[in-house]
Structure formats: structure tokens, C-alpha cells
Design a protein around this ligand. Structure first.
Ligand SMILES: Cc1cc2nc3c(=O)[nH]c(=O)nc-3n(C[C@H](O)[C@H](O)[C@H](O)COP(=O)(O)OP(=O)(O)OC[C@H]3O[C@@H](n4cnc5c(N)ncnc54)[C@H](O)[C@@H]3O)c2cc1C
Length: 552
């Protein structure tokens, strides 16, 4: 009998142990993903491991905004705002279908620390700092708000203003996956569920001991340099490896809740919460995502507490005019994570806690060939990738294609051909009734040039365009794609990160969806039942099935 072909992940785990790399990246959140994508495209031999799934820590918990940091104008951080605005503009230009401009409709209460005119002037300044790249800000009277967004409670408002920033149409974790996939396409050897246990330095370079969480096997990975991109765990990983740094992290917890849509308009509603911080109501597919909070915590492992939920619900209920107030039972899903904020040495952080800057810092130990990425934002990810390339080159790793552009959607000609083919086969007629957008648009945004192959699959077998998990928009050929190319190890990887089904469909509804088992069979073959049981916290399936689990 012929052996089944190894999965992409199995092949990569094997390569991790058998090859010598220029750079090993620890951590597959946004900072690790862009580092790997940039270095691989420019010709370095790169490996990347994450102890969980890619983007399964901070990078799946953000507000999904690519924003220039308007609030940092209040602390006069003009250089940071300029940098973030430019970073946002670059993302808008490079990823026109997945990073999109969106209006922020901002309501200001009477007695707020700034008047609406001053805030509007701030918005104009913000627009100018961002090179007038987005649509012009607008001043809003109370009557304008009443007329244009009747869902906002206008009692006690002095008026407001509207300005533009950008948001990630799919979600943060899918955005990160895009960089991992690009890195893989350019020869990076990446694997999820491989944990770094410790790295040691010898004159030949670094040896990192790692454990494959799927098989339990240990392996050793050799590299000239190590980049620590472990986000909130970066300090712990450095300490364990005997690396001391001038920077360190402190943590700020933030939560979001997802509910049925509170407004029919495609815009972000912005308020100042009771604690004075910006508070957003953000569209998420056909639902609404509300948050966030900013609470100092000591550890990265956090969960939504009853107080967090109460804070968000109370704040939103005060500011919206809903048929009935939102209650806990209305929450479809929750998100919760810590922002790893960078500080230097023993800097005092208890004062002005929420004012701590969201800058990133890359610290390099040139003698030992070790880099650590501290802090940062998804918005700034292209800068992180560029800066990492500079540092790695400075440490003597040749980057033969150093001018190569390593990010962005496929060329216009590919896009044009895709949409032409989609039109010729009348693809959009297959869009499911409850879909939030045309099928052609969604496939292009999620798969880029690979979407041409999905068209081919649908032409070959029209059933490939059928929605499998009812209440979601995902069609059969997308599951094939995920199984083949997206390194899905657990059901959560697919439901929460490659797609956002787990964010917009209630847990019980996913469980009850008749198509779920078929979806799992496509993703996991004979381990389908085991993966479902694992996700829903049900009794373990037989051991024989578990062994096949790693096969995507
Ligand atoms: C509530 C909230 C809202 C936010 N909103 C925004 C926003 O709207 N816009 C924006 O630009 N930014 C936002 N941010 C900030 C942004 O999300 C983070 O700065 C960014 O995701 C950090 O990415 P990272 O790669 O550094 O860390 P992570 O995403 O945490 O990645 C680190 C990875 O390292 C892995 N790892 C840890 N230890 C090991 C080990 N021993 N071996 C292997 N792997 C390991 C982890 O599994 C993890 O996947 C927000 C953050 C939060 C918490």
C-alpha cells in the first residue's frame, strides 16, 4: 500500500530538524510573520515556529484597526502619529481588498475634556499628518448625528466629528496568516504547534530545542540568528535563554464583545467611555464588535471577567438608543488579550498608565546574533518587516534580493484576469443568500492569485461552491484549500483564525450545523470526530484517531 503524502506541516517539521537556517523566528504573531515574510522574500533561509497556532495569542485579539493613532495627538506624540499614518497608508495601498478605509463617526458628550471644535481641528490635523490620504473629516452637530445615526443617544451630546482610518476586512488573524503563507511561498520553513524550549549559543550559531506538540517529539533547530517575536512572552523566552535586554514589556488587557448589528451603516461608531478612553463599535462581517478596555495586568494569560463585560455593556447601553439594552445573553462571542507595551529598564509605569506609547522597539545583541521585537501594533507591521531586514543584514546575513517587495496583493493584471473569469462563469450568482458580500470579492480577498484555482475547482465541480457549514459563508472548495495549504491542525485554527466563523456564529449554532462533520472530514480526514470532540470539550475520541490529528 502506498503511504499517504505527508502534510505541509509534517514536511516542515522534518525540515526544521534537518536543515541549517540563517534565521529562526520564534513566534508567529504579526511581528514574527512579517519578519519571516520579509526575510524569505529577500533571500534569507528562514524558519518560523509557534508553540500554538499562528496568531493565536495577541494578534487574534485586536480591534482589527489599521489606524494612525489619532489619540496620541493628545499626548503630542506627533512623530508616532506620522509614522503610524504613513504605515496605515502603505497598508491601504498594498492591500486594497483587505485593508479598507472606514469612517469613524465620533460622538462627544457635553463636559468632555475637549470641545468638539477642538477635536475636529485635531481631526483635520490628523488628516494632514496622514498626507490627506483619506476622505476629509467632517464636523457634526447634534442634529447631524440625530439624522445620520439615529441609533446614537444624543441626549447629553455636544455634537461630534467624523474622520477616516482603516480596518481589516477579514480579521487580524487571517491578515497574519497571509504573511505566513507568503513566507511559505518564498521558501520559509514554518510550523505551528512547535514550541521553543530553549536556545543555546555556540561559535557556530544557535541551537534551539523545540517540541512538536502534535507528536510530542523533540527536535533541534540550527540557525545563525534567532529573532524572538514571542509578543507578551518575549521577556520570559529571553530570560530562559540567558539574554538580557534594555527593554521589557508591561501588559494592558483589552476585551471586545460581538453582538448582532446595532446599526445598518458600515462605519465605526466612536465614543469616549466613562474612563475617558476611545471606545469603538466596529462592523464585523454582518455583526458588531464592541470594545475595548485598558486594564493593567501582570500576566499575559487573561480572560473576560464579569466586570469587563459589565463595563462594556454599561458604556454601550448609555451611548446607544437601542430597542432594548444589550445584555450578556446578546453576546455571540468575546475576544480578550493583552497589549505587550514596551518600556525601558525599570522605568516607572504606574503613572499615566493608559498614556504609555504603543511604539515598537527592536533590540539587537550583535555579538550573540539575537534580536527581540518589543511592543508594536498590527498597523506598523510593514515597518517591522523592513527594520528586521536591515538588522539581519547588518549582522552579516546576505539578503541577495534586498529591494524585493515582500508584501501586497497580486498585480493588477492577475486581479483583472480573476474577476474576468469570475464574470464569465457568473460566479456571483452562486453567492449564498445570507452572504455579506459577493462571492467573487470574498474569494479574491482571502486567496489572492490562488482564487483562480478555486474558480477552476468550481468549474470542474459546481458543488465546490456550496456552503458547507450553514450560517457561515464558507464554501466547499475553501475547506479543501484550508486542508491543503493552511496548516489547520485543530478545528479552532479554522473556525477562529483562518475564518472568523467562531466570532460571528454562536458556539451552539456551530455545534448544531449539519455540515460541520463534513467540513471536519475535509479538514482532518479520519480524525474528524476527534477534532470535533476536542473543540467542543467532549470526551476524547479513540487514540488511533488522535494519531492522525496532525495531518492537515
Ligand atoms: C485588545 C487589543 C486591541 C488591539 N487593537 C489593535 C488595533 O486595532 N490595531 C493595531 O494595529 N494593533 C492593535 N493591538 C496591538 C496588536 O494586536 C499587537 O501589538 C500585536 O498583535 C502583537 O503581535 P506580536 O506578534 O508581537 O505578538 P503575538 O501575536 O502575541 O505573537 C507572539 C507569538 O509567540 C508565540 N510564542 C510564545 N512563546 C513561544 C515559544 N516558547 N515558542 C514558540 N512560540 C512562542 C505565541 O504562541 C504567539 O503566537 C491591539 C491589542 C490588543 C490586546
Amino acid at each position: 500500500m502506498t503511504q499517504p503524502a505527508p502534510s505541509l506541516r509534517e514536511t516542515n517539521v522534518h525540515k526544521l530538524a534537518s536543515q541549517q537556517f540563517d534565521v529562526l523566528v520564534l513566534g508567529g504573531g504579526i511581528n514574527g510573520a512579517v519578519s519571516a515574510a520579509a526575510l524569505a522574500a529577500r533571500g534569507a533561509k528562514v524558519a518560523l515556529i509557534d508553540r500554538g497556532d499562528f496568531a493565536s495569542v495577541t494578534s487574534q485579539q485586536s480591534s482589527n484597526l489599521a489606524w494612525g493613532g489619532i489619540k496620541y495627538l493628545e499626548t503630542y506624540e506627533f512623530a508616532l502619529v506620522r509614522k503610524l499614518c504613513k504605515a496605515r497608508n502603505r497598508l491601504l495601498r498594498a492591500f486594497p481588498s483587505s485593508v479598507q478605509e472606514i469612517r469613524f463617526f465620533t460622538a462627544v458628550a457635553r463636559g468632555f475634556r475637549h470641545g468638539r471644535l477642538k477635536l475636529w481641528l485635531g481631526a483635520l490635523l490628523y488628516w494632514a499628518i496622514g498626507n490627506f490620504f483619506t476622505r476629509r473629516p467632517r464636523l457634526l452637530s447634534r442634529a447631524d448625528i440625530e439624522w445620520e445615526e439615529p441609533t446614537i443617544e444624543t441626549r447629553g451630546l455636544q455634537g461630534g466629528f467624523e474622520y477616516s482610518d482603516a480596518y481589516l476586512h477579514d480579521n487580524d488573524a487571517r491578515f497574519v496568516w497571509g504573511f505566513i503563507r507568503t513566507a511559505l511561498d518564498r521558501g520559509c520553513v514554518a510550523a505551528n504547534y512547535v514550541e521553543a524550549l530553549g536556545s543555546t549559543r555556540s561559535p557556530q550559531g544557535w541551537t534551539t530545542r523545540a517540541r512538536d506538540a502534535v507528536t510530542g517529539r523533540e527536535l533541534a533547530i540550527s540557525s545563525r540568528l534567532v529573532i524572538n517575536a514571542c509578543g507578551p512572552y518575549a521577556d520570559e523566552v529571553n530570560k530562559r535563554d540567558g539574554v538580557s535586554t534594555a527593554h521589557r514589556h508591561v501588559f494592558s488587557k483589552g476585551i471586545h464583545i460581538i453582538v448582532e448589528p446595532v446599526t445598518p451603516h458600515h462605519r465605526v461608531l466612536t465614543f469616549f467611555a466613562d474612563d475617558g478612553r476611545l471606545f469603538f463599535v466596529i462592523p464585523m462581517q454582518t455583526k458588531t464588535c464592541i470594545g475595548t478596555t485598558d486594564t493593567r495586568v501582570e500576566r499575559p494569560e487573561v480572560e473576560v471577567t464579569p466586570e469587563d463585560r459589565r463595563f462594556v455593556l454599561e458604556n454601550i447601553n448609555k451611548r446607544l438608543r437601542l430597542p432594548r439594552p444589550l445584555a450578556e445573553a446578546d453576546i455571540i462571542a468575546e475576544r480578550c488579550g493583552v497589549r505587550p507595551l514596551v518600556v525601558t529598564g525599570n522605568a516607572e509605569t504606574s503613572r499615566d498608565w493608559t498614556q504609555l506609547s504603543r511604539k515598537h522597539a527592536i533590540e539587537t545583541d550583535a555579538t550573540r546574533g539575537r534580536l527581540t521585537i518589543f511592543g508594536g501594533k498590527l498597523t506598523d507591521c510593514l515597518n517591522v518587516g523592513e527594520e528586521i531586514c536591515e538588522e539581519v543584514k547588518r549582522l552579516g546575513v546576505p539578503l541577495p534580493f534586498e529591494r524585493r517587495v515582500w508584501y501586497g496583493e497580486p498585480a493588477e493584471a492577475v486581479r483583472d484576469e480573476y474577476f474576468h473569469q469570475a464574470l464569465l462563469m457568473d460566479l456571483d450568482a452562486l453567492t449564498s443568500a445570507n452572504a455579506s458580500e459577493k462571492l467573487s470579492t470574498r474569494l479574491w480577498r482571502r486567496y489572492g492569485a490562488e482564487a483562480l484555482l478555486l474558480l477552476e475547482a468550481i468549474r470542474r465541480d459546481p458543488r465546490q461552491a456550496e456552503v458547507i457549514i450553514e450560517t457561515s459563508e464558507y464554501i466547499r472548495c475553501e475547506l479543501d484549500e484550508a486542508a491543503r495549504r493552511e496548516m489547520v491542525v485543530k478545528l479552532e485554527d479554522f473556525l477562529r483564525r483562518r475564518s472568523k466563523i467562531a466570532l460571528v456564529v454562536r458556539h451552539e449554532e456551530i455545534r448544531a450545523a449539519p455540515g460541520l462533520l463534513e467540513a471536519c472530514r475535509i479538514l482532518f480526514g479520519t480524525a474528524a470526530d476527534a477534532r470535533m470532540a476536542e473543540y467542543f470539550g467532549e470526551p476524547e475520541a479513540p487514540a488511533r484517531e488522535r494519531q492522525v490529528a496532525g495531518r492537515e
